[in-house]
Design a binder for this molecule. Structure first.
Ligand code: ZN
Ligand code: ZN
Length: 107
């Protein structure tokens, strides 16, 4: 299954262009990295699309309230819900939608 027809390298490049090297949540330029919205147990690679990547600064990525932080559940869930909305907009449904969300729904 394919969504964007891009290689991983092209996806990262396209996302970098979109974010301009700034965090897509708070617009900070501090240690910006690409986060995989669908992550864990091999899903990172399997579910990677240009939409499942997001540029995050250190704080929004690894800080207390960052997606991987100890209080980061809310942001993690919000990103997953936004991703599901995006995929629904693109016309994905049923098994295909579930696949790209790593096996479950978030809405
Ligand atoms: Zn940030
Ligand atoms: Zn991450």
């Amino acid at each position: 299954m394919k969504i964007d027809g891009l290689t991983s390298k092209q996806r990262h490049k396209s996302r970098r262009k979109k974010s301009g090297g700034l965090c897509e949540i708070c617009h900070s330029p501090n240690m910006v990295q690409h986060h995989h919205i669908i992550h864990g147990k091999g899903k990172r690679k399997q579910c990677e699309t240009v939409y499942s990547l997001i540029a995050l600064c250190w704080n929004c990525h690894h800080g207390n309230y960052g997606v991987h932080g100890k209080n980061g559940k809310a942001l993690d869930t919000k990103l997953k819900q936004d991703l599901q909305r995006k995929y629904e907009e693109l016309g994905l449904k049923g098994k295909e939608l579930q696949y790209w969300l790593g096996g479950r729904y978030y809405l």
